[in-house]
Write a protein that binds this ligand. Structure first.
Ligand code: GLC
Length: 749
């Protein structure tokens, strides 16, 4: 219990009067400054110190997600020097902190409570990269909605999600947190996740502020090394990395988080091109920008600021509204304003943005609205939420190989479960798992199989650890394999091997797991690999050796059940990769929508030397973007309604898809288009549409895509967003690595 030493906040007495005498206009969709009058009234009461206080965010000691700079956050709240706290949750704890702010500071301005609710709060869903493989926008909105319901039931009103960084380099551990390598798909997923977190009304007590991060181009860190340099043309930036942020903005994301990296020599934290020209200028963004963890301080080691005070001036002048954990705005902003290095006008703008969000959340009306103990008891880890988590996990899984239909598992088959992740209940919920429990709430694969087969009907051996050289467990693994009809091996990474500060130079399955697979395979039994990992791995040897491979990612709280559901065919897997899986780490960065170069490999002369290639390794991925198998099969018949498209008209592509197998199943029907000639070298193909359909066995459905000239635009050398006349080709299929089947001409006169 915090010692309550201050008299009630003046504002908390004034506030009801203040609000009632200010007519709040009915909020139109995304109307700017809807609480202008109230915000200006509060701003007018504030001292310079209190204004600076609103721009300060500190972590509580409850959960720590980075190097702790300063843990006097309670004292800071008491003297009005903090406007927001993160990593704090539960209604009891957050109410304590909110009471200090509202009832014991001069103005009683309520706190924001932020947290990394990335893929669930207590009920944990698959990691975002895994969930993106469902290509199910409705599902991703729903899981974000549930995450917001649970987080807001525990005192949280702001999440630092969605992470919308396009990522093409599997060495980068944070590829786990996003939606993969494609800008078009990533933009749609960004929208879905923002809508899920924010709902239709921020004033509702189960919706929370979302945060588009990490702005911007953080996923392009050189060599996949986290926090590393990012340098690219503005054309590439606007084509590939910026659109998902614009998509989040277009659906009203409340906040942005700037990234750690520098972009073309200017740290994102001090980058007015990003923050003032694009975000607050061109886009007219009316939310607020928070830094990443101490990223203002880091402009000193970036070599961009002389010292921390200078870094604070650069950040505020560039358009950063709130300092996460750095303590720089708190320490230096007053002096910088007094010296004229920063304008109070810019500070006022930052404070207005922050106060406006607090009004929009309804915090001034009821600062304790997110601290309802009844909700905390009833709406967290509910059966309904857990069922959605199981469904999301099933839909995120990608069947990469299934030789001789070894899957689905036959009822009655004697199963051996082997591998270091069979009984895992910690890593299975992945990294950035918020308040997810790692001590027994999650369902392991072992638990799911025991429930399904009975306690004494599951053979098991760990075999080895994820990391380490110890192979003494191999003999038990071989022994149980010999007694079984089929061996299910659960292998992969530790969750801490992906996520932040987790780049790898080698993306093989680590430790002695590969040797374990080899030893088990040598028993002659069919081997099914279930992968738990947060990034694409190099699996050429596994792809040759295993009879089946299921990519399960980190599937979350209900992951074990979902694995069993898929392996036994209760759910026919339909996931499709949103990242390319390389054959070798040396191929990275690797992505499907690459350029052709002037010396592409000619299919008719694959061994030609002087072309863009590696010695001894093909250019192609082992598993391409958009790839995933099913227990059934699908046939496509594609037609277009015209061969010439003119602006204002629509080209309709019809794909008749038939389920040609023996099982009902879902198919993610994908449309790829190639601009054959353009004034900026075009990608060899680009995803332009997709639709997930369910087909009973034998059933046929038609999927229609409509293309207009608008869909064929790109940034020309002058950075104009235009289309150009010329020839295009397209195909519709179940993944990205298929031949073009139709052409059309875009005519502009
Ligand atoms: C971390 C991450 C960011 C996260 C923040 C708060 O350093 O980069 O994604 O939201 O700090 O935990």
């Amino acid at each position: 219990m915090i010692a309550i030493t201050r008299k009630a906040g003046v504002l908390s007495l004034l506030l009801p009067v203040l609000i009632s005498c200010t007519d709040t206009p009915v909020r139109e969709e995304k109307e700017k400054d809807s609480f202008t009058a109230q915000v200006d009234s509060v701003l007018g009461l504030m001292t310079l110190e209190e204004k600076i206080g609103q721009t300060v965010l500190f972590t509580s000691g409850w959960d720590v997600t980075g190097p702790s700079m300063d843990d006097n956050y309670r004292e800071y709240i008491e003297n009005g020097s903090v406007g927001a706290v993160f990593n704090a949750f539960t209604t009891t704890y957050n109410r304590e902190l909110q009471q200090v702010a509202v009832e014991h500071t001069r103005l009683g301005i309520p706190l924001l409570f932020g947290y990394d609710v990335i893929h669930g709060h207590r009920t944990i869903f698959p990691i975002p990269l895994g969930e993106s493989a469902s290509w199910d926008l409705g599902l991703m909105e729903k899981t974000a909605r549930i995450a917001a319901v649970e987080a807001s039931a525990e005192g949280i009103n702001w999440t630092f999600a969605p992470m919308v960084d396009v990522a093409r380099d599997a060495r980068w551990g944070r590829i786990a947190e996003g939606a993969g390598e494609d800008t078009y798909l990533g933009s749609l997923i960004a929208k879905a996740r923002v809508k899920g977190f924010q709902g239709d009304d921020l004033a509702a007590n189960n919706t929370i502020l979302a945060c588009a991060k990490h702005y911007a181009a953080y996923g392009a860190a050189l060599a996949g090394r986290d926090y590393n340099t990012v340098d690219m043309s503005e054309n590439e930036f606007r084509t590939t990395y910026l659109p998902p942020f614009k998509a989040a903005h277009d659906v009203g994301v409340a906040t942005f988080m700037n990234s750690f990296n520098d972009l073309n020599g200017v740290p994102a934290t001090g980058n007015s091109f990003l923050l003032r020209d694009i975000l607050k200028g061109d886009w007219d963004f009316d939310g607020f920008v928070v830094t990443d963890y101490t990223s203002i301080n880091e402009m000193v080691p970036h070599g961009y600021a002389r010292d921390e005070k200078h870094a604070g001036e650069i950040a505020m002048n560039a358009g950063v509204d709130m300092d996460m954990q750095g303590g720089i705005y708190m320490k230096y902003l007053k002096q910088s304003i007094q010296e004229g290095k920063v304008s109070e006008k810019d500070l006022n703008d930052a404070v207005r943005r922050i106060l406006d969000m607090k009004f929009r959340l309804g915090l001034f009306e009821d600062p304790y609205r997110y601290m309802d103990k009844t909700r905390e008891k009833e709406e967290v880890l509910s059966e309904e939420h857990l069922e959605v988590a199981r469904d999301a996990a099933r839909k995120s899984m990608v069947l990469l190989k299934n030789d001789k239909e070894v899957l689905p598992l036959k009822q009655g088959a004697r199963i051996a479960l082997v591998g270091p992740l069979v009984k895992d209940e910690k890593n299975i919920i992945g990294n950035w798992a918020a308040a997810g429990d790692r001590e027994g709430t999650a369902v392991s694969v072992f638990e799911a199989f025991e429930e399904r087969l009975g306690k004494d009907n599951v053979l098991y051996a760990e075999g080895c650890k994820v990391l380490g050289e110890d192979t003494s467990g191999f003999k038990d693994a071989i022994a149980v394999a010999r007694k079984a009809d089929v061996v299910v091996m659960v292998v992969g990474e530790l969750e801490g091997m992906t996520g932040e500060a987790a780049s790898r130079t080698d993306i093989n399955i680590p430790g002695k797991q590969k040797e374990l697979i080899k030893a088990v395979k040598e028993t002659g039994k069919p081997v099914i690999l279930v992968l738990m990992n947060g990034r694409p791995l190099t699996l050429e040897w596994e792809n040759k050796t295993a009879d089946a491979i299921l990519e399960a990612w980190w599937p979350g709280t209900m992951g074990g059940y979902a694995v069993a559901d898929v392996l036994y065919g209760d759910y026919n897997p339909a996931g499709k990769l949103t990242v390319s899986f390389p054959r070798a780490v040396g191929q990275l960065p690797l992505y499907y929508n690459h350029k052709n170069t002037g010396r592409p490999i000619q299919p008719e002369d694959p061994d030609q030397k002087y072309v863009s290639r590696y010695l001894y390794t093909p250019n192609t991925p082992l598993y391409p973007f958009g790839y995933g198998l099913s227990y059934t099969s699908f046939a496509y018949e594609v037609s277009t309604d015209k061969q010439t498209l003119v602006p204002g008209e629509t080209l309709t592509i019809t794909a008749k898809v038939t389920n040609t197998g023996e099982r009902d199943g879902e198919e993610i029907v994908q449309l790829y288009v190639h601009d054959k000639v353009a004034s900026v070298t075009p990608p060899v193909k680009a995803l332009k549409g997709f639709e997930k359909i369910f087909l009973k066995k034998g059933e046929t459905k038609s999927v229609k895509f409509e293309l207009t000239a608008e869909d064929l635009k790109f940034f020309n050398p002058e950075l104009e967003w235009i289309y150009e006349p010329g020839m295009f080709e397209l195909f519709v299929g179940g993944h990205s690595d298929m031949p073009f089947t139709h052409t059309f001409e875009l005519k502009t006169e």
